[in-house]
Design a binder for this molecule. Structure first.
Ligand code: ZN
Ligand code: ZN
Length: 70
């Protein structure tokens, strides 16, 4: 079982981040783990968006900036 932490983002999504691989995953080339993952930590990131929302925001921001230039 690998150890993960769960982050709850401002946008309402949650992300999973690896803390530590278990010895099974460590001993395979591509770090595959067939066990269930255990959540060690769970925390709230109050003013951070998840990766996909972050990208979406960046696209919107860029579109707005492009409009202002016209
Ligand atoms: Zn594992
Ligand atoms: Zn999100």
């Amino acid at each position: 079982m690998c150890q993960y932490e769960v982050i709850h983002f401002h946008c309402g999504h949650a992300g999973r981040r690896l803390i530590k691989h278990c010895h099974v995953a460590r001993n395979t080339a591509d770090h595959q783990c067939f066990g269930a993952w255990s959540i060690k930590r769970e925390w709230v990131s109050a003013n951070q968006l998840c990766q996909s929302c972050n990208q979406q925001q960046a696209v919107i921001r860029r579109a707005h900036q492009a409009q202002m230039r016209i």
